[in-house]
Design a protein around this ligand. Structure first.
Ligand code: ATP
Ligand code: MG
Ligand code: FE
Length: 339
């Protein structure tokens, strides 16, 4: 079976064709980095317009790349949230029109489920349940992934997402947008020990994350004028890693048996974070699974794959776009946290 996936929840316009044999037949990603760079972050209205202009030709090109037409696909999977509502609507409405025109089922996908299941696209041996650290531009969560559609949130950030903290650190250091990869590059040239920074909630009995205090401390270090930018970048990244490892270790101790320690989301593209998590997994005798870099940041292959995982499901053509859509609806609201 083959599913067409569509992603438009942030600033990547993307389409992909993925088979149940885990083959990505074709995929295209149009990044809007250039359009948003002057503003130092994603401008929702610019994003929605760009998705509207680019999505249809992008889907046509993706089908052409694979030598396919809509008649050859078994379902159309599109991100239905959470994300910037204008962009989500563009992708979802396009998917609905294609589903109607081709008489194929529509599968509405939670973007976070796309991230959460992406490691299974890359690694066929990854079975449930696994402990997932989901670190992205808008989220930082530890989830017990028990099955498709079965996500138990063990912890979340009580303030900022980690990707957001990377992007703000980049902005502060004049590294531009998007910031994660630039901070990672600069951090390689710095010495983390030269800049003392806090590790919020490390050692805490509660299961959550916090990055707002770290972000403020980075700002104070920068304006003090006493530190080299590369040292600040390295210290920020090391503090973030120490937080991730401490919180993930705590979750591993309480989660019961799991098949693997898994990381996903845009921040999972960070090599230093991957290495630290790999060491943590080894410490617990667990396999460590991380998707290839291109499957970490936003893409449509992960949405198509979530569609494969949900094949047989069909969502109505009046399915709404959801700006907020928690993976674990039973999880309690946490102070200051998004979904
Ligand atoms: P969400 O998935 O929560 O809705 P999003 O879709 O905007 O948010 P992703 O595309 O999953 O986010 O991830 C983008 C984030 O990942 C950005 O904050 C970016 O800075 C960060 N990121 C990308 N590469 C790296 C890297 N190498 N190191 C650290 N952070 C990175
Ligand atoms: Mg992006
Ligand atoms: Fe994302």
């Amino acid at each position: 079976a083959t599913v067409l996936g569509i992603e438009s929840s942030c600033d990547e316009t993307a389409a992909a064709l993925v088979t149940d044999g885990r083959v990505i037949l074709a995929q295209r990603i149009a990044s809007q980095d250039e359009a948003h760079r002057p503003y130092g972050g994603v401008v929702p209205e610019i994003a929605a317009r760009a998705h509207a202009e680019r999505l249809t030709p992008l889907i046509e090109a993706t089908l052409a790349d694979a030598g396919m037409t809509l008649a050859d696909v078994d379902a159309i999977a599109a991100t239905a949230g959470p994300g910037l509502i204008g962009g989500v609507m563009v992708g979802l409405v396009t998917a609905k029109a294609l589903a109607m025109a081709s008489d194929k089922p529509l599968i509405a996908i939670n973007h976070l489920e796309g991230h959460a299941l992406s490691p299974r696209l890359a690694d066929e041996s990854l079975g449930f349940p696994y402990l997932l650290l989901l670190v992205s531009g808008g989220h930082c969560q530890l989830l017990l992934v028990e099955g498709v559609g079965r996500y138990r949130r063990l912890g979340t950030t009580i303030d900022d997402a980690l990707g957001e903290a990377f992007d703000k650190t980049a902005k502060l250091l004049g590294l531009g947008y998007p910031g994660g990869p630039a901070v990672e590059r600069l951090a390689r040239e710095g010495n983390a020990k030269r800049v003392p920074l806090p590790r919020p909630l490390v050692g805490s009995a509660e299961p959550h994350f916090s990055f707002a205090g770290l972000k403020s401390a980075v700002m104070r270090a920068k304006v003090s004028g006493h530190h080299d930018d590369a040292d600040i970048a390295a210290a920020f990244q090391q503090a973030a890693i120490d937080c991730l490892i401490d919180r993930s270790r705590r979750a591993l101790h309480g989660a019961g048996p799991v098949s693997a320690l898994v990381v996903a989301g845009g921040v999972a593209a960070n090599q230093a974070i991957r290495s630290a998590l790999e060491a943590l997994a080894a410490e617990h005798g667990l396999p460590f699974v991380a998707p290839p870099l291109g499957l970490c940041t936003d893409n449509a292959a992960m949405i198509a794959w979530a569609g494969i995982e949900r094949l047989g499901q069909s969502d109505p053509l009046d399915t709404p776009a959801r700006p907020r859509w928690p993976l674990d609806p039973t999880a309690e609201a946490v102070r200051g946290a998004g979904v």
